[in-house]
Design a protein around this ligand. Sequence first.
Ligand SMILES: Cc1cc2nc3c(=O)[nH]c(=O)nc-3n(C[C@H](O)[C@H](O)[C@H](O)COP(=O)(O)OP(=O)(O)OC[C@H]3O[C@@H](n4cnc5c(N)ncnc54)[C@H](O)[C@@H]3O)c2cc1C
Length: 344
Amino acid sequence: LELTTLAIIGNGIAGRSLLFNLTRENNKFQKILLFSAPAFLKPCSFYTTSIVAPRGVTSGHSDLGDLIVEGFSDFSEHVKKDKPSGIFPISQFTGATTKIDQFKTRYPGGKFSRLLEGLPHSLKNEIYLAQEDAFMIDPEIYLPWLSHQAEKALQITYVESLVTEVRNGGKVYLRTNNNEEFEVDQLVFAAGAYGRFYKSLFPGEKIESSKPVQGSYLRFSKMRLGEKSFSLTLNGANLIYRAHSQEVLIGSTTDDFIHELPHLNELRRIFSELKALVAFEVPVFESGEILVGHREKARKREPYILRKGNLLAVGGLYKNGFSLSLKMTKILSRQYLLNAQSNQ
Ligand SMILES: Cc1cc2nc3c(=O)[nH]c(=O)nc-3n(C[C@H](O)[C@H](O)[C@H](O)COP(=O)(O)OP(=O)(O)OC[C@H]3O[C@@H](n4cnc5c(N)ncnc54)[C@H](O)[C@@H]3O)c2cc1C
């Protein structure tokens, strides 16, 4: 059996989930090069509100819906079996005060309530509210955990440079901004919102319309909202309480820009709307730190796996990067990266 070298571009949740999947399967790689360029391209996976929840989605309606249901089930299995650090089981409360009929169709199990069941908190008024089992992720803990697991099983070399050129001719050749060159057998792009330069490497694929979309949110520290973490979504706006780090996140905006400046008016609107609905204390807007992440929105919001010879790409994870990375990279590795015998 010939052992080969794999390069992965991307050290966010997608790249690390791929590594994790490779530790679980009979992979053929002697060596893995992991490229990332945090100084140039900020990883969205550390600038995110990272909740994994089914959000009322059931199977049988759309491809994306089916994937989300399967992704949630795979993720739940992962939590149960692997006991990863940085993942906290929580209740996701989701409510709406407008378009109630539409909302009820998506969440038929909800009810009119003021109470957030199991928590010492309530809303100002009774509204239609659904409750689901979900997971709150702290990327600062979970992402290093994934890498640590991968490092125990695989030989990984980290290269912190910007990949500026990729050529495919039997072997794959990479060049970085500081003019280093690498030769590998296979390459996977897990490059998040920064995939634009490789579009031309996958001709004919429908990724032309995929684009970066900015998301901003507020982070309040030294918050004491009790022992239990939770996530509350009202009219599409999120409030997440991380009990272990005593933080509250409120957001997030959705804006077609990739620079760092947030859509402040929209963030204020979201903040005020949430504050008006909850009966517990929320600090003033100005005391929050504003954080910004960049995610990739692909056609029909659907994530993709691409292949052209020895080049592969996984992307379009958009608002579901934490819910879908494990599932998508499992599909990718099973289809294209495993030994012949475990491919079956
Ligand atoms: C405000 C906000 C809230 C969100 N909430 C949720 C949520 O509740 N649940 C959920 O599941 N998802 C959520 N998401 C989405 C999720 O965070 C993203 O989908 C996910 O983090 C994307 O991960 P990624 O690994 O694909 O990309 P990234 O984390 O961006 O990683 C990309 C990596 O590729 C590297 N890279 C790219 N190009 C190159 C190159 N040429 N050379 C070298 N390195 C390169 C970068 O340096 C980086 O390391 C949210 C996102 C935002 C912004």
